[in-house]
Design a protein around this ligand. Sequence first.
Ligand code: SAM
Ligand code: SF4
Length: 331
Amino acid sequence: MADVQLVDPFGRRIDYLRLSVTDRCDFRCIYCMPENMRFSARDELLSIEELHEVASTFIALGVRKIRITGGEPLVRKDLNRLLSKLAGHTELTDLAITTNGTQLVEQAIELHHLGVQRLNISLDSLSRERFALLTRRDKLEKVLEGIESAIGAGFKRLKINSVIQRGVNFDEVYDLAIFALSRGLDISFIEEMPLGVVNSHDRNKTLVTSDEVLERLSDNLDLAPIVERTGGPSKYYSVRGYDGRIGFISPYSHNFCGACNRVRVTADGKLILCLGEDNAIDLKRILRDSSYSRDAMKSKIIDAMKLKPAAHGFDRADEVQVIRFMSATGG
Ligand code: SAM
Ligand code: SF4
């Protein structure tokens, strides 16, 4: 099976894989998981060799960008072994990680050496009390030090991700933007998605749309839309006086599914074709079958593309569309 590419029924070429390496996390962000979250047993998770086999199969099917995520990917002890293996795939044009930043003081330089080009680092507040409320952990200092370590390590691109909630951190959007821009970083503001049942807040009341954030930022910053699309869901703006860009990820208010180029694989080996659907294909079962062959896995993945929906249905913030939490799906 040579030169096969992944194309879904809507003509969208899939060349981007988000690979989750763990569902565990050292935070319990209120929009992502409950305090008493139940994690998968370790033997349910794909081994490093299995994760690499999944990634290699996708690369053979034309995937060129991989983002490692979780849960918190940097709490997976043997992650570096996977990264070293991925570094051997010269076809990959982009290897990135999304992280909450708590391990970056110790790991940033090593990650950069291992070939990781870009990091997205989540940061929702610059206030210690609020940060502790949002993540249910008092670790703001550690994350801020981690961001400085990442800046020092020399990554090609660093981006801050901030989920904005009314009554929680909507009043901090300007401060967060300046925090990122003054350090030469990009920042994306994200609308909260209705993934998993949360009881800490009413999503219908806390949802802040990207237009509201844009309006608030425009009071103090001179923003101009960047026409060229990055292929991702962010809509970017340049900011007069700064190199960094401001992005908006608006799953609720501006559907971006028409340009979707990605699929996800969870840490326990489920292929998820859309964040907004519970449909999943069990790749672990194929991997652990005694008659496993890469061609069998390829056929299964090619077939699965038929199930990719045209669009998600995140049209009501308070209605849980998907019972999986973001940490289980791989954000
Ligand atoms: N632990 C890492 C982190 O926090 O960056 C990676 C995994 S996390 C699930 C990936 C991203 O998803 C984070 O930027 C987080 O803020 C975002 N996220 C989690 N739950 C979300 C939700 N319900 N709506 C929107 N974004 C969410
Ligand atoms: Fe952990 Fe990331 Fe979810 Fe926060 S958003 S609980 S850091 S997985």
